[in-house]
Design a protein around this ligand. Structure first.
Ligand code: ATP
Length: 274
């Protein structure tokens, strides 16, 4: 679990993060969403330590990352996997060499063990046949899968993904979302995704943190999101008529589940529809 406690970050006299507290849960896909400029990337950079917060603290499984010395921070960083926007693969290396790279940097395993681990990861993302190919020879979706294999090769406890669906078609996006979700559950990873993709929000966001102008405006599950009365959040998520219809359909679908029945009835009463 990662906890943010009242973090602030500014540049010069411009305050970007204005006291954000939020929780990213283990074994869950945690999403950071919000309009452009709301502070999502700055927040993600602060969490992984690429930027230093001005105040507040960030706890990795109860250990205060913000108060750690360089060595302790390095240990946490070695438990972090990162999937970058655009995949950020090394063009001159084959797929398997790209996945091997973090092991060569940080692992003390023998070459045989490292090769075995690379094979396992490539198998897991269904890319064994592409092991000897170069990034220029594979599709955007395959590149993302190489990026995912590389991000998990060191068995991370925490996985950060920056816009994992950018530049992908809707079907490939879904497959990437599914893969990230499966890996998160299989290895009980605390996954944090910065995304603009509403499909990801509705389909795979277990826990969602909505940022608005440098503050956490809303936090909850993708089930709770369809019942939220927060105007900013609703304007952002259900921006089109199509999405508003989808929201109502999701509510009706959840109505079948007794767990949500009371909540929906209450909402319909409040909205004067019942
Ligand atoms: N290194 C920096 N120096 C100064 N200002 C910065 C820096 N990094 C980010 N900002 C500012 O912080 C604000 C939030 O930026 P951020 O990149 O976090 O937004 P975002 O929500 O991730 O947007 P997008 O969805 O477009 O990626 C912006 O006004 C941006 O100009």
């Amino acid at each position: 679990m990662i906890e943010l406690k009242d973090i602030t970050k500014g540049f010069g006299d411009k305050e970007i993060l204005k006291g954000v507290s939020a929780t990213m849960e283990s074994g869950k896909v945690n999403l950071i969403i919000g309009a452009s400029g709301s502070g999502k990337t700055v927040m993600m950079k602060c969490i992984v330590g690429l930027m230093k917060v001005d105040s507040g603290s960030i706890l990795y499984d109860n250990q205060d990352f913000t108060a750690m010395d360089h060595r302790a921070k390095k240990e946490i960083r070695q438990q972090i996997g990162m999937l970058f926007q655009g995949s950020a693969l090394f063009d001159s290396m084959t797929v398997e060499q790209n996945v091997m790279f973090p092991l060569e940097m940080f692992s003390k395993d023998s070459l045989k063990e490292r090769k075995k681990r690379v094979d396992e990861c490539l198998e897991r993302v269904q890319l064994k046949d592409a092991a000897k190919k170069f990034p220029a020879e594979i599709s955007g979706g395959m590149k993302k899968r190489v990026g995912i294999a590389r991000a998990i090769v060191l068995n991370p406890k925490y996985l950060f993904c920056d816009e994992p669906n950018s530049g992908l078609d809707p079907q490939t996006s879904l497959l990437i979302d599914q893969l990230i979700k499966e890996l998160t559950q299989e290895y009980n990873i605390t996954t944090v995704i910065n995304t603009h993709d509403m499909n990801t929000v509705m389909e795979s966001g277990d826990h969602i943190v909505y940022m608005y102008q440098g503050q956490k405006q809303w936090e909850g599950s993708n089930k709770e999101i369809v019942f939220s009365k927060d105007q900013q959040l609703n304007d952002f998520i259900f921006a089109s008529e199509f999405l508003r219809d989808a929201k109502e359909m999701r509510q009706l679908d959840m109505f079948k589940d007794s767990k949500w029945k009371d909540q929906l009835e209450e909402q319909l009463k409040r909205d004067g529809k019942k």
